[in-house]
Design a binder for this molecule. Structure first.
Ligand SMILES: [Zn+2]
Length: 295
């Protein structure tokens, strides 16, 4: 079985600085505008390699740059939901969280006529309600959590946890998780945000990490998913684009590796692993796995 490789890009633009960083500083916010400069470079690179990528786009970005979003859709890439203005869902009550989901859906539809089936939360943050809300809005998969590396699983709702009681696992629900990790995200490696993250890594270091993770995935996760999380405003700088071009070329060299959008992979995995069957598979995230929730 092949390893699937997905190239994902979070086109946050200015919303990252306005939402996550709550900035009122026009210089800081302008860093997001570079994302719009970088998007054509990324789309051209994907075209050169004949790869369909996945772009997670906040509603705020879709309204700011509708022509870019239209190009992403027209060139056959997947577009996923990425919040309204890159807000942390946990900062809102349930009504506010639902409003942000609806606003994101409305803006993507307005920009390019899209109804996304995939979700990635801004900054990979969840509230305790988020999985339930994603089910309510009909999402097929999420890609924000870190419970595995290259193997998908079904998320749970209603886990109960505190600092004095045993962890109580809620039931698994029909929402596929395509897990992520900060090590395979360009932002902490490369970005510089004073007081927050001091990346500015040489591409050679990141290339080594992303090569070895890929090799390990090929060796150990047949049928699994190797996904990279990138941001146009980060990966779009010249020295990093050259690294990405080299990596894609290396990945493509393997006959047992295929490229796919996240949605296509999630759809195939879900058909091959129906929830009821998967729950009995012994996967560590399964609510009824041996020993889980019992003391
Ligand atoms: Zn983002």
């Amino acid at each position: 079985m092949a390893l699937t490789c997905s190239l994902t890009f979070d086109f946050d633009a200015t919303s990252l600085w306005i939402g996550s960083y709550k900035s009122r500083n026009p210089s800081m916010i302008s860093r997001g505008e570079f994302g719009a400069v970088a998007m054509p470079r990324i789309l051209d690179l994907l075209k050169k390699h004949q790869i369909s990528g996945t772009f997670y786009i906040p509603g705020h970005t879709a309204l700011a740059y509708p022509d870019i979003v239209k190009r992403v859709a027209a060139e056959g890439h997947e577009i996923g939901h990425h919040g309204w203005v890159h807000e942390n869902p946990a900062d809102f009550d349930e009504a506010g969280e639902r409003f942000n989901i609806e606003k994101g859906l409305e803006c993507l539809h307005k920009a390019a006529g899209i109804v996304p089936k995939g979700y990635r939360s801004p900054a990979w943050a969840f509230s305790e309600r988020t999985t339930k809300i994603l089910i309510d809005y009909g999402f097929l998969y999420d890609s924000s959590m870190m419970g595995d590396d290259f193997t998908p699983y079904y998320v749970r709702t209603g886990d109960v946890f505190d600092r004095v009681s045993p962890y109580s696992f809620g039931p698994n629900v029909d929402l596929v998780e395509l897990p992520v990790t900060w090590a395979l995200d360009d932002f902490p490696h490369f970005e510089f945000v004073d007081g927050d993250t001091y990346g500015l890594s040489a591409p050679s270091k990141v290339e080594e990490i992303w090569t070895d993770e890929f090799t390990y995935a090929r060796q150990t996760a047949k049928g699994g998913l190797f996904s990279l999380t990138m941001h146009p405003q980060v990966i779009g700088r010249g020295h990093r684009m050259m690294m990405l071009d080299r990596l894609i070329t290396k990945y493509k060299n393997h006959k047992d590796v295929t490229f796919s959008t996240m949605l296509d992979y999630a759809t195939g995995w879900r058909s091959a692993n129906p929830l009821d069957v998967w729950k009995t598979s012994g996967a560590p995230q399964a609510q009824n796995a041996c020993g889980r929730g019992k003391i």
